[in-house]
Design a protein around this ligand. Structure first.
Ligand code: 13P
Length: 287
């Protein structure tokens, strides 16, 4: 059964570790992440972007697939199914479809509008028992070939949003999605510390988990990060394993046309990446 991310994040916060959010794109990724979470006895959050939801034939399909896998694979660790960077409208669609958690990314709205829309969603999510992630201070990434270096959130704005009763808060601290540019200055621990001071024991979320040095990850967790999002690293490991398999010509020989065989190395690569992250984040044996 899917659960809200609330309990797992409060436990992570108290135990000074972080729960990984791994984004899913297809059946193989989902199965690899769920099986690894079970093997590692770790709680896990499956992230679904709006684009990935569309690719997987809609949110209802995703809910059906994930619930089916939890039952058929005998997954007993806590699993939250979470909309990643959702618009206001997408949040309602996912709530309706059976997600157990949503992120409303109102960071591009003026703060008053972010507050108004987040307030509405806090009400709905509380009524239905879902967890809600809000965002303050845009988390950049590559746009038109230019990689931004990552904005820092205003700690007072973070407090305004946290006080609305959200479950977790993503605050920009110089982190970005995708690969980090060579001139990246690193995470702003000063901002992270200031945000946590203002927001009490609010679990903080670190987006852009790919490519952040291990010591920075550990320091971020020690300063209040309880959820870390990883997407690009799984994409890179999946693509590299699939490419190597195809370049070796194995898909062209014998039963090699079998899609199950072509995708098998990528499946194993995702498992290895997820395992490594769970160990780094400290969530192993915390289910
Ligand atoms: P990366 O793609 O950089 O791992 O970031 C993932 C993320 O933050 C999803 O919201």
């Amino acid at each position: 059964m899917l659960v809200s991310a609330k309990d797992m994040l409060q436990k992570a916060k108290a135990g000074k570790y972080a729960v990984g959010q791994f984004n899913i794109n297809n059946l193989e990724w989902t199965k690899a992440i769920l099986l690894t979470a079970q093997e590692m006895n770790s709680p896990v959050i499956l992230g679904v972007s709006e684009g990935a939801g569309k690719y997987m034939a809609g949110y209802k399909t995703v809910v059906g697939m994930v619930n089916g896998m939890i039952e058929e694979l005998g997954i007993t660790v806590p699993v939250a199914l979470h909309l990643d960077h959702g618009s206001y409208e997408a949040c309602y669609k996912c709530i309706e479809a059976g997600f157990s958690s949503v992120m409303f990314d109102g960071s591009h709205y003026p703060i008053d509008e972010n507050v108004a829309k987040t307030t509405e969603l806090v009400k709905v999510c509380n009524e239905k028992g879902l967890s809600l992630e809000a965002e303050v201070g845009a988390i950049g990434g590559e746009e038109d070939g230019v990689i931004g270096t990552g904005e820092c959130a205003d700690p007072d704005e973070c407090k305004m949003i946290a006080d609305l009763g959200v479950t977790m808060l993503a605050a920009g601290i110089g982190n970005i999605h995708g690969k980090y540019p060579a001139n990246w200055k690193g995470l702003s621990f000063e901002t992270l510390d200031a945000v946590q001071q203002k927001t009490g024991d609010m679990p903080l979320v670190l987006h852009g988990g790919t490519g952040i040095p291990e010591d920075m990850i550990k320091k971020a967790i020690s300063l209040g990060v309880a959820k870390i999002n990883v997407n690009t690293e799984c994409q890179l490991s999946f693509a590299a394993a699939t490419r190597a398999y195809i370049e070796a010509g194995k898909d062209l020989s014998g039963k090699g046309f079998d899609p199950r065989k072509i995708l098998a190395p990528g499946f194993e690569a995702i498992k290895a990446t997820v395992k490594e992250k769970m160990e780094l984040f400290g969530s192993v044996n915390k289910a």
